[in-house]
Design a protein around this ligand. Structure first.
Ligand code: GTP
Ligand code: MG
Length: 188
């Protein structure tokens, strides 16, 4: 293992949930409101200081559209880590994320570090604010948010993933999730 640089490879899985937006935020510090859907896959790299080491992330940002599904193994095979992304405002994207986890458990590198990212957490904040401000649905909206967060947390624990809610838009937990991956990889 080289002394100062760990070269890692991270794959980002799943549908129109914000994979490209997360990687764009991490690599360039930018957010685009109308991010184009990825065709095939895109490659990025970024370095991050973790304790005394500099970790270089080489990231494959895959396309979530179903017609590209068969390409996915090319990108996750050999990957040391994967971030499986869903959109917290879209239940179907969470179900899709679970399918990705199953596929990685069956066919991915057995030592792979997996992270589950509940992206668009800013939308949850917006819902909370709206709920507090109006008298119509507060309890229901809040309970649903908490239940959904809990469901994802329990799922992640049961499947050996770590879980964070992220927002590419506000940058919440974006560096943190990559940092956590780097930390876990250096423990493997
Ligand atoms: P594919 O490439 O089609 O698989 O999609 P993707 O997962 O790469 O999603 P993408 O990054 O293209 O984001 C889809 C849409 O969601 C874009 O319009 C983004 O602006 C928006 N988006 C992404 N992340 C966030 C977020 O954290 N908050 C909000 N509010 N919108 C987001
Ligand atoms: Mg994309």
């Amino acid at each position: 293992r080289p002394c100062c640089h760990d070269i890692l490879r991270v794959l980002l899985g799943d549908v129109g949930a914000g994979k490209s937006s997360l990687v764009l935020r991490f690599v360039k510090g930018q957010f685009v409101e109308f991010q184009e859907s990825t065709i095939g896959a895109a490659f990025f790299s970024q370095t991050l200081a973790v304790n005394d080491a500099t970790v270089k992330f080489e990231i494959w940002d895959t396309a979530g559209q179903e017609r590209y599904h068969s390409l996915a193994p090319m990108y996750y095979r050999g990957a040391a880590a994967a971030i499986i992304v869903y959109d917290i405002s879209n239940q179907a994207s969470f179900e899709r994320a679970k399918k990705w986890v199953q596929e990685l458990q069956a066919q991915g590198n057995p030592n792979m570090v997996m992270a589950l990212a509940g992206n668009k957490a800013d939308l949850l904040d917006a819902r909370k604010v709206a709920a507090e401000a109006s008298s119509s649905f507060p309890a229901i909206v809040t309970r649903r948010n908490v239940r959904q967060w809990h469901e994802a947390q329990v799922y992640a624990q049961e499947n050996g993933l770590f879980f964070m809610e992220t927002s590419a838009k506000t940058a919440t937990n974006v560096n943190d999730i990559f940092y956590e991956i780097a930390k876990r990889l250096s423990q493997v």
